[in-house]
Design a protein around this ligand. Sequence first.
Ligand SMILES: [Zn+2]
Length: 266
Amino acid sequence: MPFFDSHCHFDFADFDADRAQLWQRATALGVQGLLVPGIEPVQWPAAQVLSRQLSGCYFALGIHPWWISKIATDPLALQFYAYQMSLLLDDDRASEQPRCIAIGEAGLDKNIDTPIDQQLDLLDWHIDLANQFHLPLIVHSVKTHNELIAHCKKKSPLYGGVVHAFSGSYETAMQLIDLGFYLGAGGTISYGRAHKTRNTFARVPLESVLLETDAPDMPLYGEQGQRNSPENLPRIAQLFAELRNESLETITATVWGNNRRLFGIF
Ligand SMILES: [Zn+2]
């Protein structure tokens, strides 16, 4: 059964020493693909290079909310990043095997100092680009689901998207699904104390779920402080199957179809 890691920062330096071997082990376990999110403009070309080096590796273009305060975000800078994005996309789409399948990760986060209005401006910028390039949007949302929902009711990503590493209530999850989002489930479901999120993922429609590791972050329960890796995706799928009382085959086949629908790959 094939797995796709829909959110994996496999370009991070954490993997520099053993990336190729690790990917070999992950593919041997059935992980046939992964998606490397965009973090900031200077990282985009490297993500593209990685996607061409590793079979099954795809990438996205975007500015992670944690990086907003580290780069220039005046209107001229944003115009320039959008231009850079279009050049990379043109180059990618002209290649034999296009690898850029999403915009993001964009989003909102109440745990950082960047004012929420500034984060919302950047989210809006990403939605425009996703719509312009006909791509889905990868969203990071921490304690900001209400703001995200309110914003997307005014302007939503027309080609869908995923709220990655979703944690929250069933009601919030269903509102996001109604707006066209998939929900990313990862290591959080392995924590017994994550009652709310486990309960949500036990109940939401399976057709709206993607699985992810968010490696090197989001380690599974019992492995806190260790580097997470795409090799753990089959374990997340198994935990997810147990949580829902469904077979691993059902989970894997349905989630594979979800990735195909959202990202237009395979
Ligand atoms: Zn991420």
